[in-house]
Unconditional design. Sequence first.
Length: 78
Amino acid sequence: MVSTITSKGQITMPKEIRERLNLHYGDKVEFLLDKSGNVYIIPKKSSLIKLKGIVPRSKKVVSLSEMNNAIEREGSRL
């Protein structure tokens, strides 16, 4: 597989490589160079911050007192 470097130093990663590394738009990769001159491309995993909002919020409002009571109930089961 061959890619061409643009005047800005950018390349388009071949689709087969993106699929193999499970890379999508906005993902980051790290380039590692070993002593022999081999280059490795390492996918960087998303941070927890990117996951914010992925789980829908509960529509039920719970008071602090209700939360504490639930914690005590579950703790007494142990």
